[in-house]
Structures are given as structure tokens and as C-alpha cells.
Design a protein around this ligand. Structure first.
Ligand code: DGY
Length: 341
């Protein structure tokens, strides 16, 4: 009797020509539509699965895997993995992987674009024009802030933060950063970036950008007290995870003029956006598209597919997926957990 092939679940429609590669090794269950699977749908999908390709739309914790005895690998299509309960996966020896590096430059491009849009009020100006409110060239209308010659503050100086620092040098910006740990001197030199404490970062940045991973420690790290330390002329850009910012405090700071403007690509209750933010004119709002260039989204899926094949012991890298977040306990290797995005 033919041996049954491992089963994998693909939680979202990704790129068919890339996902197709899974069929060479596994029986694949794919969903036809983009969906936010609820907890019971995820548990159901994982019940018979040996592995799964998932996105940030799927929250996978102990409940989801409790009744999935065969599950050995979860390949996350994304660098951030706060949708996965890594401790729960590790306790079950389930390997988890993510997709770092391939999205670094694209996400840094987008962070810079958002920061510029907030500083120069690009979307606000467009709304003004589309609403028929432009009645002639106005010398003092919609004045913004410069990026060139200003101080850029980067909170989270991992790969994407460094990509943003690299771009900032072309704009003659002074770069300061704060990170869990200070970078080696040669890396600071390479990016022309100076380490400062969190309070100094807040106080000195003309433009503050958030690129740190979301965790219990970074939850609402930008709260009312932090916003109060920022310059009233400053901008705040978040391309990391929504929960890093206290959105109610941000809405207050924007409406009271405590902060000049903001740009958010991520939200605490995605896809719901706090109505207090939607009500502000001086904010750029985008639907979590930081890594969303076609080439990069394809590269993320390709890496996740390779990771899943390898994690389930097939393909050329059998047993050695790259970018492991939670290696199986008997693997003998320390878990590689990227400190920053
Ligand atoms: C990531 O990779 O973490 C992004 O936020 C999703 O594209």
C-alpha cells in the first residue's frame, strides 16, 4: 500500500505558481479566499495537518494546536511573528519559521515614503484638492516639515531600521536610534547613526519611525507620556505593529496639536481602525502594505514555501529550514529569534 503523504494547510490564497511547489511533496489543502480564520477554523484546519503556511491573519497558540497531533512545522509568511505563540509551539516541538531579509529594502522604502508623506502632508493635500477646496495657489497653505537636514529617530535598529538609516543619509539627516542593545561601533559608523536612550530619542527626533518587534515589552511603548516628550513639530511613523502605539493617546496628541502629524501602516485592532484616528486630518493611514511590492511578496512566499518543505524533511535542505524561529527542542541549536524586524 502506498505510504500516505504529509498534509499541509495553506491558510490564504498566495501565489499559485510558487505554492504549487508544495504539491511535489505533500497533499495540500488551500483556501480559495482571503480570510481572517477564527480560532476554531484554524484548529480544524490543523487537526490533520503535518505543516502549515500561515500569515499574520492566523493567530496560532496552544488552543489551535491542542488537537493537531501530527503538526510539525508552521511557516509564517512575514518577518513579524506575534501571531504565533512561540512558547506553545516549542513546547510541542513544532518548528516555526519566518521570512526575514527578503522584505527589508521594500519595507524600508515604504517607511521612508510614509514618513515623507506625513512630513509634507501629501495625503492631506490630496484630500483637500479632491474635495474641491483648492481655490488658488496659496503661499501659506498646507505647509509641512523638511526631512533634509532634520533629525531622524529610529526605534528598533534591526535590518529594516538600518535600511531606513541608509536612505536617510541621502537626505542629509542626522540619525539617532534606540534599540534593546547598542550596535557595534563599526555598524553605527556604517549607518552614521548614534545610539541614544529612549527619552533622548523622543525629545530630539524631528521624525520618529518605529521599526521594533511587538512584544509585551513594546506594548504601548509610545503612550501619552512618550508623546508628551516629543517636539510638537515632530512626525511619528509606525510600520512595525499597531500595539506599539497607544492609538487613543496618539489621536489626542494629533487633535490637540501636541504632535504635528503621523503615518500608520499598522493598527492595534486590524483591520479595524480607531475612529478617533480616522477623524484626524494630519495622519496618513495605509492598510499594512509595508512589504507590499509584487516582487517582495513573491519572495516572501517562496521563502516560506522553502522553509516548510525543509522543515518537514523534504527537498534539498531537508531538516534545515532557514530563518527558524523555534527549532525543535532536540535540534540542539539555540532558537534564532531576531531581536528586531
Ligand atoms: C511582516 O512581514 O511582518 C509584515 O508586517 C507583513 O508583511
Amino acid at each position: 500500500m502506498a505510504e500516505s503523504r504529509p498534509k499541509v494547510w495553506v491558510s490564504q490564497p498566495l501565489f499559485d505558481d510558487i505554492v504549487e511547489r508544495l504539491h511535489a511533496h505533500f497533499d495540500v489543502v488551500r483556501v480559495p479566499d482571503v480570510s481572517e480564520h477564527d480560532a476554531s477554523a484554524i484548529a480544524n484546519a490543523l487537526r490533520e495537518a503535518d505543516g502549515a503556511l500561515v500569515t499574520l491573519n492566523e493567530r496560532i497558540g496552544s488552543d489551535a494546536i491542542a488537537d493537531a497531533p501530527k503538526l510539525r512545522a508552521i511557516a509564517n509568511v512575514g518577518v513579524g511573528y506575534n501571531n504565533l505563540d512561540i512558547d506553545a509551539l516549542q513546547a510541542r516541538d513544532i518548528v516555526a519559521t519566518n521570512t526575514p531579509d527578503v522584505l527589508t529594502e521594500t519595507t524600508a522604502d515604504f517607511g521612508f515614503a510614509l514618513m515623507m508623506a506625513a512630513a509634507r502632508r501629501v495625503t492631506e493635500a490630496e484630500r483637500h484638492l479632491r474635495a474641491g477646496q483648492w481655490h488658488g495657489w496659496n503661499f501659506k497653505g498646507l505647509l509641512g516639515a523638511d526631512l533634509h537636514g532634520s533629525t531622524l529617530g529610529i526605534l528598533g535598529m534591526g535590518r529594516i531600521g538600518q535600511g531606513i538609516a541608509k536612505r536617510a543619509s541621502g537626505f542629509d539627516m542626522r540619525v539617532i536610534y534606540h534599540n534593546r542593545s547598542r550596535l557595534p561601533a563599526d555598524v553605527e559608523r556604517e549607518f552614521n547613526a548614534s545610539y541614544v536612550d529612549f527619552g533622548t530619542l523622543l525629545a530630539q527626533a524631528d521624525h520618529l519611525i518605529l521599526v521594533l518587534p511587538y512584544s509585551a515589552a513594546s506594548h504601548h511603548i509610545v503612550d501619552a507620556a512618550a508623546l508628551a516628550k516629543m517636539k510638537p513639530t515632530a512626525t511619528l511613523t509606525n510600520i512595525a505593529r499597531g500595539g506599539i502605539v497607544d492609538e487613543a493617546a496618539l489621536a489626542d496628541a494629533l487633535s490637540s496639536g501636541r504632535l504635528a502629524s503621523a503615518a500608520l501602516d499598522v493598527f492595534e485592532g486590524e483591520p479595524t481602525v480607531d475612529p478617533r484616528l480616522l477623524a484626524q486630518g494630519n495622519i496618513v493611514l495605509t492598510p499594512h502594505i509595508g512589504s507590499g511590492s509584487l516582487a517582495t511578496r513573491r519572495a516572501m512566499v517562496a521563502l516560506a514555501v522553502d522553509n516548510l518543505i525543509a522543515a518537514l524533511g523534504a527537498g534539498p535542505d531537508a531538516g534545515h529550514p532557514s530563518s527558524v524561529i523555534a527549532p525543535a527542542a532536540d535540534d540542539g541549536k539555540a532558537a534564532k529569534r531576531p531581536g528586531t524586524a
